[in-house]
Design a binder for this molecule. Structure first.
Ligand code: PLP
Ligand code: ZN
Length: 364
């Protein structure tokens, strides 16, 4: 397997320990899956790895690392609004999809220790899967991260480093370990193996519903689910498994919206914005590292970007809870953004919304 640099197109073996290309560009995998064919699904396997023929997965090492992630139910929240219950995962968030494929790759190439920065959920997931793989792990989280997420990280035997300042500064501190001290960067933004696991969100949806809903609403912080969703839909479309690309809607927080602003301003990169304090901590990414890539995808598929009004998040969370589902504040922003979308573009239905983080993990 090889990586291709998204900036200079240089090819590098995917067993490299480098976080990115010498030129500073981020890697993507040089991997084209076979055409989608339900006969290639391993129906004996009850996790994202049932779709491994369509994902870059090295050998069989994943068998000792998987915890049955994925296969999350789709339920009706209200008529026409479907929730995919992606916090029904081993570490209570959707990041387990990507952590399972990333850590399996790390184990396959013999990584013994790693670092990762995260607002919490990706750190939880990487810490848990590294524990399973016997890989030592240091996780950097920004101050203000829910103490419960930190407790979880430490329970898995990882070291949690709480960094003063913003989420973006926390990433800079972690990257110093990578670029100055050579640590392996088990990061959901840099490492393309993470996206391979996220693709299963769409493959599962197709298998569960027998179709892809008209509207697919996904959060957009660094865009790990977003990229997985777009890649999987492009794959299904190229395979003739779907007739048209669905209406993908990406959402950002009202107080942290660099891509929304970048698109509005006609830029090819995220806008410089001031990040204001928000309860949607999971999507508070002021400088998404794959910003240009995300904006290319948005333009390629006419994807609409909307913001989640901050003052509606708590009400949405309460309404979702009154229907039996206790989600994270950031996840309640998804419903707030969908309702805002319907106000701007007119009422719509047949939407799939991800419930990507469990309420028990977030506190405000
Ligand atoms: C609950 C929740 N929702 C959404 C996101 C945004 O994901 P991404 O930054 O990959 O776009 C995160 C990221 O950690 C999250 O924890
Ligand atoms: Zn390069």
């Amino acid at each position: 397997m090889q990586y291709i640099c998204t900036r200079c197109a240089k090819k590098v073996d995917a067993d490299t320990l480098a976080a990115c290309c010498d030129c500073g560009g981020l890697f993507e995998l040089d991997f084209t899956p076979p055409a989608w064919d339900p006969a290639l699904i391993d129906r004996s396997c009850w996790s994202i790895f049932r779709y491994r023929r369509f994902m870059a997965v090295d050998g069989n090492i994943w068998r000792g690392i998987t915890m049955g992630e994925g296969m999350t139910p789709i339920i009706e929240f209200e008529p026409g609004v479907l929730f995919k219950m992606d916090y029904f995962m081993p570490t209570l968030s959707f990041k387990d999809r990507g952590a399972a494929t990333l850590v399996s790759h790390m184990a396959a190439i013999g990584v013994k220790s790693c670092v990762q920065d995260s607002s919490g959920n990706a750190g939880n997931a990487v810490a848990a899967y590294c524990a399973r793989a016997g890989i030592s792990c240091d996780i950097y989280v920004p101050e203000g991260t829910s103490p419960k997420k930190i407790t979880m990280i430490e329970a898995h035997g990882a070291r949690a480093h709480v960094i003063e300042g913003t989420r973006d500064h926390c990433a800079d501190v972690c990257r110093r370990e990578v670029f100055e001290h050579g640590a392996y960067y088990a990061n959901h933004v840099y490492n393309p193996y993470f996206y391979e696991g996220m693709k299963a969100y769409i493959y599962e949806t197709l298998e569960q519903l027998g179709r892809i809903p008209e509207n697919i609403l996904v959060p957009l912080g660094n865009g790990t689910l977003f990229i997985g969703v777009v890649k999987a839909l492009e794959h299904l479309l190229a395979s003739g498994a779907i007739d048209a690309f669905p209406n993908v809607i990406a959402l950002q927080g009202e107080y942290c919206d660099p891509i929304y602003q970048g698109i509005r301003q006609g830029l090819d990169h995220p806008a410089e914005i001031e990040v204001k304090p928000t309860i949607a901590e999971g999507i508070a990414i002021g400088k998404p590292m794959r910003g240009r890539e995300l904006m290319d995808m948005i333009r390629r598929h006419n994807i609409r970007v909307v913001t989640a009004p901050e003052d509606r998040i708590l009400d949405c969370r309460a309404r979702i809870a009154r229907r039996g589902i206790f989600c994270e504040h950031t996840t309640a922003a998804n419903l707030a953004a969908w309702e805002h979308y319907c106000e701007i573009y007119g009422p719509s239905s047949d939407v799939l919304i991800t419930m990507c983080g469990a309420g028990i993990k977030s506190e405000h």
